[in-house]
Design a binder for this molecule. Structure first.
Ligand SMILES: NC(=O)c1ccc[n+]([C@@H]2O[C@H](COP(=O)([O-])OP(=O)(O)OC[C@H]3O[C@@H](n4cnc5c(N)ncnc54)[C@H](O)[C@@H]3O)[C@@H](O)[C@H]2O)c1
Length: 195
């Protein structure tokens, strides 16, 4: 909603449907996007995305290109929000190719700090007026956005309980990391016991 500035009727691609990406899907839906294409190699992630507002889902950006081209009559996506576990130059290029004229590619996923993971044709970027933007914590302003998000949760417009695949005690935290790496969880949550 904030970094890609999604508007009603737009086409948004979300690449990587984990704890972050599932909420990019929900944000795109709330902002009124017409087409929300969720990309994830794992079927459980794609299913959750479809449940929470995605209109289409594919295992890779490449597989989405034909449908994306058809549904937008070649204009392509207005934005691509990249939320994979590990950002690679292939994923950045996939998002760059998926957006059309004036399209915005949002980089949320991370990699090693020194990793060179952006390799793009600059002339196409200029001629198509595409832009690439980094986003930290959804570019939110906690003072106003956290109460707003809580209100949207209370009214049922943002689903938070539904995205929790499993909860863990603090003692089970390593199991939680194993499940995260194995792709089992859309969102795993550690519950601190107070007794
Ligand atoms: N910018 C920020 O403010 C911010 C904040 C927190 C986390 N992060 C970063 O965001 C990223 C996502 O975090 P998360 O907690 O959602 O992780 P996660 O592991 O829950 O989700 C990542 C998802 O990406 C999918 N994926 C892996 N390779 C893919 C590919 N080639 N194409 C499409 N999908 C692919 C995985 O299957 C998984 O569903 C991480 O890199 C994390 O470090 C950024």
């Amino acid at each position: 909603m904030n970094t890609a500035n999604v508007k009603a009727g737009e086409t948004v691609m979300v690449v990587g449907v984990g704890g972050i990406g599932i909420n990019a899907v929900q944000g795109a839906r709330l902002a009124g996007a017409k087409n929300i294409i969720a990309i994830d190699p794992l079927e459980n992630k794609r299913e959750k995305a479809m449940e929470l507002g995605a209109t289409h889902s594919f295992a890779s950006t490449d597989e989405a290109m034909e449908t994306l081209t058809d549904m937008t009559r070649g204009q392509m996506a207005d934005s691509a929000i990249l939320t994979p576990g590990l950002m690679t130059s292939e994923i950045v290029a996939g998002g760059f190719n998926a957006v059309g004229k004036g399209g915005v590619v949002v980089l949320t996923g991370l990699n090693k700090l020194e990793e060179q993971n952006i390799e793009l044709p600059g002339s196409i970027m200029t001629l198509f007026r595409k832009s690439l933007k980094g986003s930290l914590f959804g570019d939110c302003n906690p003072t106003v956005d956290i109460p707003r998000i809580l209100g949207l949760y209370q009214s049922g417009d943002i689903k938070l309980d539904e995205i929790i695949t499993r909860t863990y005690t603090l003692d089970q935290v390593n199991e939680g990391y194993d499940d995260l790496l194995a792709g089992k969880n859309v969102r795993g949550v550690v519950i601190h016991s107070h007794d």
